[in-house]
Each structure stands twice: as structure tokens, then as C-alpha cells.
Design a protein around this ligand. Structure first.
Ligand SMILES: *Cc1c(COP(=O)(O)O)cnc(C)c1O
Length: 456
């Protein structure tokens, strides 16, 4: 199995190279040269995951090794079904994707990706230094995924005083010598700018073998295909999936599962007030606006990086055209696509709804009154969106975070403060390991050099 760039001008790579490379050299994202159909599935979640992923990994990792890595990854989950379905209304289901170690759906992919990294690096006798910026969820999931990896050091920058206490503690209470949570005096954008500047520093990049596990990483998308398949398999008939969306990684995995033959009829994109994708799907208007903070912060994104992979498919895999459209998008802030056939192509599979904070709170309240369940604000954008679009057959709303990860919003909506699962019950008492730095690039780069074990 080989991979090509969505911008058509980068070398074809195998899975392992794509895993470690991230972005293609032409600025594009890697996709398989052809989309495999669904292989025979397994008897449990880990077996099915191994079977599906090996179709995308090919010969790069032997099947028995992959099976062991995947089984280890999902052994960290608190629920035996890994991604269980729960019914909340007639034809309306929630798929709980928050039973992993950091209580958000990113664990389903990152627990596997961390282990794939460590395996491939050990085979090559190499090390990397993962550097990333986080406003909360991604950083904790990435840290937990690599905390036991021998060949990975990780430095995560977060804005000092601007994450929730649970999010911060999930990063700072990990006691591993390869993990470095750094509080930056600045905003999330400052953190992201520092990371970009470090990647642009060729010398630092080479000396520390810098790497990233951000949401454009193909292996993350690949691992997310699995729960669409297991859920659609356990429901009769063809279902609709409703996906709270930020960077488009999660819903893209749904599109891939559908194309591979899973019985998925339709994909419903739920946005919050940052609604660029809803405007694009409904009104053909893809124009970037300023990001506004909402109760569902992990969806506070204006430019959804993974959308590029879908755009490439819409363009019949014409990398030149895709590169041109994105170039224009960057300079004008507006994505122009051919009108011919566009609407039919998109609406045959996707629709979209925008759900604002007030509607999110009212939905959390409604689900609590009707079922006694507490749901988090990201999940609530999904269930609210699903109720607006009645469709034939079952609708599965992906529940992307545990309610205790966003307790303030849940308490505001229901009067009840959700409790952390017992495995995390002592999170508030565990000692924290924090490095605090100014947003000065030289200081932050020096810190990365100091902790990186590349070349030692
Ligand atoms: C990351 C995240 C999302 C958005 O996922 P994308 O793949 O970026 O669309 C939604 N909800 C939660 C809780 C998240 O952590």
C-alpha cells in the first residue's frame, strides 16, 4: 500500500514513512493510492481494528505485531466494548468514544498511533522529538499515548491559565521522563506560532528530529474508520452518522468507511458558531472568519485542515487543481469550487447543521431530563443537529468527550456537576510537573534541545 499527496507533487511513500512524515513535501496531505474495500471483520473491537488497519498498512508491519500493538492500545480503555452504543431516543443513538485514558475520542486513534511510532522507530533505530501546541484535548491525548514510548520525547506547549483544570492536570500529572508539559505565557495562537517557528528552523528540526502527531496525520484518520464500521454493523439497515466537527478528521474517517462499503447512508456535520463547514455544505460559502470561543472549544476552528483530503476526491484526485484552489483560499480567504456537479457530489453524502451555545445548553438539559444521562457540549451539538434532520433509519451521534471533561457547561445546563470516572478520581490530588516559559522562541527552542534525547 502506497500513499500520494493531495497536491500531486511529492514522492509516493509507504505507510511507515507517511506515519513519521506528517505533511507531504509539497504541503499536501497523504492519501492511499487507492481506497481498499472493507476486509473481513474480527470478533471484538481490537481484532476488527487490526483487520481494517492492516488493509491500509500493507506489508510495512507484520500482522501479528500489529495485532499486539492494537490490543495493547485498547487495553487502556475502561469499557470492554471500547466504543459502545447507547440509545437515547427513537432511532437515535450515541456512540461513546470517551472511554479511553484522557476521556476524549482522540484516544481511539492516538493510543494506536503512539505505539505505531515506537515500533517503527525501534525498527529503524531512530528517535523523534514530538512538539505540539494544544488548547486542551489533543495535548493530553498525545502525552498519554507516548508516555511509555522508549523512542519518543514529547514537548507540549499550552497557554498558561487558559486550559481547564482537568485538561491541564491530564498533561501535567503524567510522571514520565520523556514527557514535558510547558505552560507558555501567552495564548493558544502564541503556542501554535512557536511550534510553527520551531518546525521552520531547519537546524533544530534536524538536530532533534522534530515530529508531530496533529490531526492531519494519516494514521489518526485510519484508526478512526474502525468505530464507524463496528457501529454500522451492529445496527439494522443503513444508518446516518452525526459528527461534531472541528478539523474534519473524524467525519473524513466516516466518509472513508462509507466508501469502503460500511452500511452508512449519510454523514451529518455538526458545527458550533464556528460554522465554515456548515456554510460550505449548505450555501457553497467557504470563507474564513475570526474564531469565536464557544462551549465546545475543540470545535473552535475556522480552517479544517483535513477537508483537503475530501477536496482532492471531489476534484477526481487532481492534485494540481487542489493545490491551486488552496493557494487561492490562502490569499483570498475564500474557497472557490466548480459549481458543476459540486452540490450533487456533496449532498449525496453530507449535510450540515450549526448549533450555537444556547441550543447546546438546552440540548444537554433535554437529554438529561429525558434519559438521566449527562452529555458533554461537543456531543450535544451532534444530538441537537440530528434532531433537526429526521432521516430514514437509525442515527448514530458520536459522543466525542466525557461530560466530566467539560463540567462547567454541563452543570450550567443541568445543575449537576459530572464526576470523573474512578480511574481518574485522584487526578486533582496527583503532583503536577510543569515547566513555565515565556513566549520567547529562543528560550523554548533551547528547552526542546535540552530535553530531546535524539543523538544521545
Ligand atoms: C478534537 C475534538 C473534536 C473535533 O474533531 P475533528 O476530528 O477535529 O473534527 C470534537 N470533539 C472533541 C471533544 C474533540 O476533542
Amino acid at each position: 500500500m502506497n500513499y500520494i499527496s493531495t497536491r500531486g507533487n511529492a514522492p509516493e511513500l509507504s505507510f511507515s514513512d507517511v506515519l513519521l512524515t506528517g505533511l507531504a513535501s509539497d504541503g499536501g496531505l497523504y492519501v492511499p493510492t487507492n481506497w481498499p474495500t472493507l476486509p473481513p471483520l474480527g470478533n471484538d473491537y481490537a481484532e476488527t481494528a487490526t483487520s481494517i488497519m492492516s488493509a491500509y498498512i500493507g506489508d510495512d508491519i507484520p500482522h501479528d505485531v500489529l495485532a499486539r500493538l492494537v490490543s495493547d492500545a485498547y487495553a487502556t480503555f475502561r469499557h470492554p466494548a471500547i466504543a459502545p452504543l447507547v440509545q437515547i431516543d427513537d432511532d437515535l443513538w450515541i456512540q461513546e468514544l470517551f472511554h479511553g485514558p484522557t476521556l476524549a475520542f482522540k484516544d481511539l486513534a492516538l493510543q494506536v498511533v503512539g505505539r505505531l511510532f515506537d515500533h517503527v522507530l525501534a525498527e529503524r533505530n531512530e528517535r523523534v522529538t514530538i512538539v505540539g501546541a494544544t488548547s486542551g484535548d489533543t495535548g493530553s491525548a498525545a502525552i498519554d499515548a507516548v508516555k511509555a514510548c522508549d523512542n519518543v520525547d514529547i514537548v507540549i506547549l499550552y497557554p498558561h491559565g487558559r486550559t481547564s483544570e482537568v485538561q491541564r492536570r491530564q498533561m501535567t500529572t503524567v510522571d514520565s521522563s520523556n514527557v514535558h508539559a510547558v505552560a507558555i505565557d501567552g495564548t493558544f495562537d502564541d503556542c501554535q506560532d512557536l511550534v510553527k517557528a520551531m518546525f521552520a528552523d531547519e537546524q533544530l528540526r534536524r538536530d532533534c528530529n522534530l515530529s508531530a502527531v496533529n490531526s492531519i496525520n494519516w494514521a489518526r484518520v485510519m484508526a478512526q474508520i474502525v468505530y464507524y464500521v463496528t457501529a454500522s454493523q451492529s445496527l439494522a439497515g443503513s444508518s446516518t452518522f452525526c459528527v461534531p466537527t472541528g478539523n474534519f478528521g473524524n467525519v473524513l474517517a466516516g466518509w472513508i468507511a462509507r466508501s469502503a462499503g460500511a452500511s452508512i447512508d449519510h454523514l451529518l456535520i455538526a458545527s458550533n458558531a464556528n460554522d465554515i463547514l456548515s456554510r460550505f455544505v449548505n450555501d457553497r460559502d467557504m470563507s474564513a472568519a475570526a474564531v469565536v470561543p464557544t462551549l465546545s472549544p475543540s470545535m473552535d476552528i475556522q480552517v479544517s485542515s483535513n477537508f483537503e483530503r475530501l477536496l482532492f476526491e471531489m476534484n477526481d484526485r487532481d492534485g494540481g487543481l487542489t493545490a491551486e484552489q488552496l493557494q487561492r483560499f490562502r490569499s483570498t480567504g475564500k474557497l472557490e469550487v466548480e459549481e458543476d456537479g459540486f452540490h450533487q457530489w456533496i449532498s449525496s453524502t453530507f449535510s450540515a447543521e450549526r448549533v450555537d451555545d444556547e441550543q447546546t445548553l438546552s440540548e444537554i438539559g433535554r437529554v438529561y431530563r429525558e434519559t438521566g444521562m449527562l452529555i458533554d457540549p461537543h456531543t450535544a451539538t451532534g444530538t441537537a443537529a440530528a434532531r433537526r434532520q429526521a432521516r430514514e433509519g437509525a442515527t448514530v451521534c458520536l459522543s466525542t468527550a466525557h461530560p466530566a471533561k467539560f463540567p462547567d457547561a454541563v452543570e450550567r445546563a443541568t445543575g449537576i456537576r459530572p464526576e470523573l470516572p474512578s480511574a481518574l478520581g485522584d487526578l486533582m490530588e496527583r503532583p503536577e510537573h510543569i515547566t513555565q516559559l515565556s513566549s520567547d522562541l529562543a528560550d523554548v527552542s533551547a528547552f526542546v534541545r535540552q530535553v530531546s534525547r535524539v543523538g544521545r
